[in-house]
Every structure is written in structure tokens, then in C-alpha cells.
Design a protein around this ligand. Structure first.
Ligand code: T4K
Length: 368
């Protein structure tokens, strides 16, 4: 049996490159609480991403929870059912009711045309996701937010380094939240961040991720412990040096999949990012009715060959027990998301995936 091929695998620089970072941590004995590597990584990420302010976190989920708290979001929030469950969980952690709105069939992002109908007097914010790193229709969403005086918090967990015509996609909305989990394009093993528009907001977020302390003796809010450690920050600094190379290889894999799969009937490769600055974080395909076997049968066929493609995002968040009783979670309310969740398969994509493995995956898919 060939070696297992997972949907993703973290790209790690040579171990010896990490030793000097470890030595520094051991020498100065600052392990966490906004130490030197933490500060350096915040600066380096601002520069790399082309944003003004960034607050690092232990993980993306705590960053989402804190982003909502920082903006004092309450009541109801409009969001997508087609995401990782952390998106909606962050709302429940804040005592907020998620209101699910269907996705748009081309981008698989929240459909702006369906948002207005879901707004009620309790709605205070919209939480869209740049799913697979494909930008949401940020202008349409902002227009609705402006009309109804709503906050916009982007779950940008997949959107590291993604740009639109005017720069980073992360500058849109009131806040954007990144994940640096091991499975992401840029990782700090576990980690995350909030991109903030101004220093005042960053200060509030930094206080909230440190229990709500504003000085040694004053606590102003029930903040969480969401601080990134020096070890994770150091990994981030090292990873950042290699991330362009990693994304370039992902792009090659994306292009090759598209070329090799374009004539396979019933396999829809979804959006081609074209000339936009994308990060090629996922390679989702839709297994359509014309394909000889079902999506689940293809998933199993690959698995039997030690190839672990993943059904991101099946089941829909709205189908999990803690959400399915909500009126907005009804499948009739979410026809596009429901359809896509039964068709989607994310194929392996990561820098170390070899061309031979890629060809093997494509051959198995092509034979049906
Ligand atoms: N919002 C969105 C839209 C998200 O997608 C996520 C996370 C979040 C918010 C929350 O951010 P974090 O709090 O996680 O920072 C994974 C990740 O755990 C999760 O971070 C990610 N989204 C989600 C889409 O995928 P699983 O349960 O599918 O991961 P797992 O452990 O099955 O890993 C997938 C494959 O990756 C494995 O088969 C092998 C490979 N792998 C994984 C790990 C952890 C490795 O090779 N090395 C590793 O260390 O959730």
C-alpha cells in the first residue's frame, strides 16, 4: 500500500532553522504574554499582509469569540451554514443567535442577495466566511451593513494572503479573523489573529485576550486567555520566510488538477482564481449527477487507496444538533448549501504533494 495522502500536510522548514529561535526563548525566559517574538510576528504579518494592525491569538476560534465581544455584538447575527463549525460556535459562546442564510452557487460564500430578507430588529452583525479563500462579495455586503447599521466580521480563516484589486481582502468589514492552524496555508501549529482597522480597537482586543486586564490592577471585561505563546510566534516568524514558496507550489498543483480534470464528465472544479491573488488553500470539486458514482462512493474509493480527501463542509453547520432547531436551519431555507454539501470533495493540496501522487489521484477520479 502506498503512503497515506491526506487532504493537507503542514509545510515545515528544516528543523535546524528553528534552533536559533529556541535558543533565544531559552535564554531570555519570556515564554508568553506578548513577548519579543509575539511582537515581531505581529509586525511581520502586518507588513506581509499589507494591513495596519493585527492581534495574535492562541487559535482562530478564540479570535472569532473575541472579535464579537470586542464589537459588543448581541442579538442575532447573519452567517453561512457552509463553513467549519467554529464560525457559528463563536456566536453561541457569546450568547448570540445565528441566523443562517444560503450561499451563492459559484463562490459558495454567503449570498448577499438573500441577506436582507433575514434581517430583523435583533440583527446586529453579519459574519460571512471567505470560503476556501475565495473573496466574498465585500462591496454588496458592506452596502447592506451600512443601510442597516450592522457590523461585519469576516471569518477569514482560509484567506491568508488573499488580495482583491485594491489590496488585502482582510481590510474589509469591521474585523477579519485568521486561523494559523496546522492545516492552514500559513501555520503556527495552533494560532490565529484579528486584523483591526485602528490602534484603539487593537488595544481593546489585546486587553480582551488577556482576561480583560488594562493594567496590573484593573480588569474591564470578562476577557478570555487567548494569547499566542513565544513558541508559536517563533514558528510563525520562521514559516513566514517560506510561505511564498509554499503558495507557489500550491498554485502549480491547482493548475495541474484543473488541466487534468477538465474533461472528466461530472467533475466540476469550481472557481478558477484567475489573475487574482489567491492562496490555493483548498481544492474543492463538486461531484455532479453525471459522474458515474456518488460523491460518497468516490470519497470511499480514494480512501481505500489511502487517499484521504475530505468532505469540507458536510454536514452543514445548520444540520448539527445545537443548530438544527433554528428556523433558519431548515433545509428549504438553504437549498444551495444543502446541494453543495452532498456534492463537495476537497482533494489533497499541499506543497509536498508530488506530481506522481497528483496523477494517481486524478487517474482514480477519471476512471469513475
Ligand atoms: N473558521 C473556519 C472557516 C475554519 O475553517 C476554521 C478551522 C476555524 C474558523 C477555526 O480556526 P482554528 O480555531 O482551528 O484555528 C481542521 C482544522 O482543525 C481546523 O482548523 C480547520 N478550520 C478545519 C477546516 O479543518 P479537521 O478536524 O478536519 O482536521 P484534521 O485533524 O482531520 O486534519 C486534516 C488532515 O490534515 C489530517 O487528515 C492530516 C493532516 N494533518 C492535520 C494536523 C492537525 C497533518 O498532517 N498534521 C497535523 O498536525 O479540522
Amino acid at each position: 500500500m502506498d503512503k497515506p495522502i491526506y487532504v493537507t500536510q503542514p509545510h515545515l522548514p528544516p528543523l535546524e532553522e528553528f534552533i536559533p529561535y529556541l535558543e533565544k526563548i531559552w535564554n531570555n525566559k519570556i515564554l508568553t504574554n506578548g513577548g519579543p517574538f509575539h511582537q515581531q510576528l505581529e509586525q511581520a504579518l502586518c507588513q506581509y499582509l499589507g494591513v495596519e494592525h493585527i492581534a495574535l491569538f492562541t487559535n482562530g476560534t478564540l479570535a472569532l469569540v473575541t472579535a464579537l465581544q470586542a464589537l459588543r455584538v448581541t442579538g442575532e447575527v447573519i452567517t453561512t451554514p457552509y463553513s467549519f463549525v467554529a464560525t457559528s460556535h463563536s456566536l453561541l459562546w457569546n450568547g448570540i443567535k445565528p441566523v443562517f442564510v444560503d450561499i451563492e452557487p459559484n463562490t459558495l460564500n454567503l449570498d448577499p442577495a438573500k441577506i436582507e430578507a433575514a434581517i430583523t430588529p435583533q440583527t446586529t452583525a453579519i459574519m460571512p466566511v471567505h470560503c476556501y479563500g475565495h473573496p466574498c462579495d465585500v462591496d454588496a455586503i458592506q452596502k447592506i451593513a451600512d443601510n442597516y447599521n450592522l457590523k461585519v466580521i469576516y471569518d477569514a480563516a482560509h484567506a491568508f494572503g488573499v488580495k482583491d484589486a485594491d489590496g488585502s481582502i482582510l481590510r474589509h468589514g469591521d474585523l477579519s479573523v485568521l486561523s494559523f492552524h496546522a492545516t492552514k496555508v500559513f501555520n503556527t501549529f495552533e494560532g490565529g489573529a484579528i486584523v483591526c482597522p485602528d490602534a484603539k480597537t487593537k488595544l481593546r482586543i489585546d486587553q480582551l485576550k488577556n482576561f480583560g486586564f488594562v493594567d496590573e490592577v484593573t480588569v474591564v471585561a470578562p476577557g478570555i486567555n487567548g494569547k499566542m505563546s513565544e513558541l508559536n510566534s517563533a514558528i510563525g516568524l520562521l514559516q513566514l520566510k517560506h510561505v511564498d514558496q509554499a503558495i507557489a507550489r500550491r498554485k502549480e498543483i491547482d493548475t495541474t488538477y484543473r488541466q487534468l480534470l477538465k474533461n472528466v464528465e461530472g467533475i466540476n472544479c469550481l472557481l478558477n482564481s484567475g489573475e487574482k491573488v489567491a492562496n490555493y488553500s483548498y481544492f474543492p470539486i463538486l461531484v455532479e449527477a453525471q459522474y458515474p458514482i456518488s460523491r460518497n462512493a468516490l470519497y470511499q474509493k480514494l480512501k481505500d487507496q489511502n487517499i484521504y480527501a475530505r468532505r469540507y463542509f458536510y454536514p452543514l453547520i445548520s444540520d448539527f444538533p445545537m443548530y438544527r432547531g433554528l428556523p433558519s436551519a431548515r433545509r428549504e431555507n438553504l437549498p444551495v448549501a444543502t446541494d453543495v454539501a452532498f456534492k463537495v470533495l476537497c482533494l489533497p493540496i499541499y506543497p509536498e504533494l508530488t506530481n506522481d501522487s497528483l496523477q494517481r489521484i486524478v487517474n482514480l477520479i477519471a476512471e469513475g
